[in-house]
Design a protein around this ligand. Sequence first.
Ligand SMILES: CC(C)(COP(=O)(O)OP(=O)(O)OC[C@H]1O[C@@H](n2cnc3c(N)ncnc32)[C@H](O)[C@@H]1OP(=O)(O)O)[C@@H](O)C(=O)NCCC(=O)NCCS
Length: 212
Amino acid sequence: MEGTFKIIIADERHTVFAETISKEMESSAKQRGTGIAKRTPKYIQEKMLEGKAVVALTASDSWAGFCYVETWSHGKYVANSGLIVSPEFRKSGLARDIKKKVLELSTTKYPDAKLFGLTTGLAVMKINSDLGYEPVTYSELTDDEEFWKGCRSCVNFEILQSKDRKNCLCTAMLYDPKEKPEVTVNSETQEEKPKLGHSIKQVFSALFLLNL
Ligand SMILES: CC(C)(COP(=O)(O)OP(=O)(O)OC[C@H]1O[C@@H](n2cnc3c(N)ncnc32)[C@H](O)[C@@H]1OP(=O)(O)O)[C@@H](O)C(=O)NCCC(=O)NCCS
């Protein structure tokens, strides 16, 4: 996988992929029979132009994957949304690499924000927990009305409403940078490197292993 795809912050050059991405999001959700907030091509283009999206491209610059971030509650929270990998490139670690880049983008652009995502997918749950996200109740997420309005286009919206927005079919996962070792991602290899001095636990583990 390493070196096969370019995983970069999207910009105006990538807006041509918005239509394809939007269609793929909708057809994948239908296939899985799960709910998803709909994203129009225009909305996807806006995220790209705002520097809030990550795109994966093949060596010949075809679209391979996408994800974006959005801030809520006046920047206190950042949601990672719309993760999608083109069907032909699935199951080879691409979503994992895209989410690493999204984590890097979020913590660089919004260092004080808590990051979160809502998902019904096992793949995303696995990736998120490996990156340090933890499952939480919806009470730990943003209460920004605009964020929750995004759920109106989901087929499960009535469930969310009937539960008074306390829960629904999606699992909420939260990453609080204040509770995590800071992670940098090598943009060449997509490898994660915890920054020196941030992981006291790791130092203690090393001393323990060395019998010191
Ligand atoms: C979900 C999706 C993004 C995964 O992309 P991907 O590039 O195939 O994922 P990866 O190859 O990086 O896999 C990451 C992990 O998830 C697992 N995984 C991938 N697809 C899976 C699936 N359908 N069911 C269960 N586990 C899955 C992989 O085995 C891997 O786990 P491992 O490292 O323990 O082996 C892709 O299938 C997709 O675009 N689906 C449609 C849209 C969608 O569901 N988006 C998520 C909305 S929240």
